[in-house]
Design a protein around this ligand. Sequence first.
Ligand SMILES: C=CC1=C(C)c2cc3[nH]c(cc4nc(cc5[nH]c(cc1n2)c(C)c5CCC(=O)O)C(CCC(=O)O)=C4C)c(C)c3C=C
Ligand SMILES: [Fe+2]
Length: 459
Amino acid sequence: MEATALSSGLRPLPNPNGYRLSRSCSQRKSLPLARFHSKETPFKKPQGLSFKTNVFEQAHHPVAGDLSYDDTTRSSVAEDKIGVLLLNLGGPETLNDVQPFLYNLFADPDIIRLPRPFQFLQGAIAKFISVVRAPKSKEGYAAIGGGSPLRKITDEQADAIRLALQAKNVSADVYVGMRYWFPFTEEAVQQIKKDKITRLVVLPLYPQYSISTTGSSVRVLQDLFRKDPYLARVPVAIIESWYQRRGYVNSMADLIQKELQTFSDPKEVMVFFSAHGVPVSYVENSGDPYQKQMEECIDLIMEELKSRGVQNNHILAYQSRVGPVQWLKPYTDEVLVDLGKNGVKSLLAVPVSFVSEHIETLEEIDMEYRELALESGIENWGRVPALGLTPSFITDLADAVIESLPSAEAMVNPSAGVSEDSESSDAFGYIMKMFFGSVLAFLLLLSPKMFHAFRNHLI
Ligand SMILES: C=CC1=C(C)c2cc3[nH]c(cc4nc(cc5[nH]c(cc1n2)c(C)c5CCC(=O)O)C(CCC(=O)O)=C4C)c(C)c3C=C
Ligand SMILES: [Fe+2]
């Protein structure tokens, strides 16, 4: 997989709604995919690539928490002003934010992937889907208190990582950059520049890499860095995935082991890993490593539990599908029904693709799936909390940051210079796109199948 140079050919887009617009798909160049790693094919750091690192080599570090700055970093790093940028999805903070948040999400060309000739319709399609889906989404957010807890939790995680780094003699400013809501990645990057950070570690809060999550956020970041002469020269390391780190695996195993004890007969409990899905085409056509990494992640957690004498049966299924395409299978709702039919009586749900509580744990798992499971014959239901501020987990993320510091490299080769925006703004083109886009959106709106597919989780 190569780290393709991305053009920074961005221009400001008109913003009729007053909220954030993603750039249009037509401005997009090919996405540099993550370096993948597996047990069979150990990851090797590619020669000559910049702006990415991978902590596979440190994945089997013996004990989380025993690293300190002096152990691993070169002396030149000591003079740096270190920044850590946590990347996350973001979530609507009020019900009024839901539709614009959904708009930002569906306007992302890494979420709705249109064939090139149709890419100019991205904005109109995003508008259509966000308007159609908003009522259903609002119901979900209303059920969990009127908004997403993601910002608050991520801010707390940022603070905890800062303190964990401090305890290891690393002084760092920790920033939060969200992809689809406040504080946006762009805001975080502006602050990083203002604070004159001279070495940056980028830590996406997704254990497994997907084009739709880490890939999308990193693409935005690369565009921002390549456009700015100061940022282009800041050494940056990106920790692309960290599901294989001992600290993460052990922390997950701790949570599962603890929760199993709440059942009257822990040995009989089916451990049910529920991961956020992605469309199958991501994996099969675009090489998204998400499914493979997810399966490896589950294996590692189960191996760890086994080594502790915990031998429960387990299963992995995928939740939260949207729209009229095939998503990774098996689907969580279908598996729950089958397990109930097949006589499983006790089930422990484990959210595994995300490290904070959010709408899909608090509403989809705790409410929708719990109800479905109980209706299907499952009698005893439990759910493992998201890792959140679990100390062993936070300490391990701090270790991952420290380990990656020496490998940070500038985004842009100084001799190559910084690319400038090349596309001039074209008002006529924009009006034409909006006109045809609106016509298409209107036609889509008239299609009951499309309406239904985007309004509900299920097709
Ligand atoms: C690893 C995690 C995630 C992947 C992969 C992912 C892919 C993905 N998501 C959508 C559509 C939606 N996601 C929504 C919310 C949402 N998604 C994730 C994580 C992943 N998404 C999280 C943590 C959240 C919740 C944020 C919060 O507010 O708490 C939503 C909005 C909620 C809803 O209406 O259901 C949508 C829509 C797609 C299409 C996709 C892959 C292509
Ligand atoms: Fe999602």
